[in-house]
Design a protein around this ligand. Structure first.
Ligand SMILES: NC(=O)c1ccc[n+]([C@@H]2O[C@H](COP(=O)([O-])OP(=O)(O)OC[C@H]3O[C@@H](n4cnc5c(N)ncnc54)[C@H](O)[C@@H]3O)[C@@H](O)[C@H]2O)c1
Length: 325
């Protein structure tokens, strides 16, 4: 069985990737310092509790598990925190990743799948955002991800590994079996906060702005189910193993959902009216961010099939119910 190193495998997307890797016949070996992750989310392979910057440990586990392929989810990813603590973000996301890549490539890394983000596009305008849209981040979080994408463009060929940077739009949803889900603290994402508010397990939701130039005035985003997302990671691995070119790919559905549309889906799924209030716009929120996912669809044959709002909300509600039980 081939082992795949999963940096950040104790986190939200990484834990779903471990489950998908195990289902695809791989052994996921999680490397995580648990700064935001959860040891009990690591269920499908070993957990090595260490920092990605710990070169000695990374080299040791790369040798022990004969790692030639890695998925890298480990990062700090709170936009507001990145503005107040940019040095922490550069240290963790840039310096840490460089150390991780140095250690893995010293042990024979061949393929790397890197979690990037739509935040590299900043406040890009237009109906759909394709990969050739100029990358102009508007916060340190997006800058650190773009810095690594650019670094990989040079380090990959120099060290002899191929890579994909997967630019997720809004990851959402939970494992349909209710085994794992989104457990950020603080939780800044719409759907878990909406579900918790509707179930009486969290404060009422604030909708930031209803006067944007969008059909109902609330912000429009591209929500992609985490299971669709991790399926794309497995396909990206296959693409790299088959000799596919190193490059960034958007992961989104190409269909925008407004905050008010997601709230309506929660009311349908949960049979209760979500408590929410409209408040003023939040600084730095672009009206609309929707992916053009055509490149990933064409290269990997990837099609998101679970990313409609009702399926997203229902999967989060099932996870919240399973966690509360
Ligand atoms: N969730 C989203 O909507 C979203 C959107 C775009 C991009 N991303 C990116 O996807 C990745 C995963 O996001 P997530 O929501 O699962 O985050 P998460 O916080 O749940 O998971 C990140 C994991 O990385 C670990 N980690 C962080 N720094 C580490 C370090 N220095 N050494 C070892 N482990 C470390 C954390 O403990 C955690 O388990 C991140 O890189 C994030 O930037 C997420």
């Amino acid at each position: 069985m081939e082992s795949i190193l999963v940096a950040g495998g104790a986190g939200y997307v990484g834990s779903h990737a471990c489950k998908a890797l195990a289902a695809a016949g791989y052994r996921p070996v999680t490397l995580d310092n648990l700064v935001t992750g959860h040891a009990d989310a690591v269920k499908w392979g070993p957990l090595v509790e260490a920092d990605i910057a710990d070169v000695e440990t990374v080299r040791r586990i790369a040798r022990e598990y004969e790692i030639t392929t890695a998925m890298h989810f480990a990062a700090r990813s709170l936009v507001g925190e990145s503005v107040s603590k940019p040095d922490l973000y550069y240290e963790n996301n840039v310096v840490g990743t460089l150390r991780l890549v140095e250690a893995l490539s010293a042990e024979g890394l061949k393929h790397l799948v890197f979690s990037s983000t739509a935040a590299v596009y900043g406040a890009a305008e237009g109906e759909l955002i394709a990969e050739d849209t100029p990358a102009r981040p508007i916060n340190p979080y997006g800058e650190t991800k773009l810095a690594i994408e650019r670094a990989l463009g040079w380090i990959g060929p120099a060290k002899g590994f191929s890579w994909c940077a997967l630019r997720y739009f809004n990851a959402a949803g939970a494992d349909p079996d209710g085994e794992i889900g989104e457990r950020h603290d603080p939780e800044t994402h719409l759907i878990p906060n909406l579900v918790r508010a509707t179930l009486g397990a969290g404060p009422g939701l604030k909708v930031f702005g209803d006067d944007y130039p969008t059909p109902d005035g609330s912000c429009v985003r591209d929500y992609v189910h985490v299971v669709d997302l991790v399926e794309a990671h497995i396909k990206a691995l296959d693409w790299l193993k088959a000799g596919g070119a190193s490059r960034p790919f958007n992961l989104g559905t190409g269909k925008g959902l407004s905050v008010l549309e997601v709230i309506a889906a929660a009311e349908r799924a949960l049979g209760r009216r979500p408590p929410y209030e409209i408040v003023g716009r939040r600084a730095g929120d672009p009206p609309r961010l929707v992916a053009d996912p055509a490149a990933a669809m064409a290269a990997f044959g990837w099609t998101p099939t679970r990313s409609d709002p009702d399926t997203l909300v229902a999967s989060v509600a099932a996870f919240e119910a399973a966690s509360a039980a």
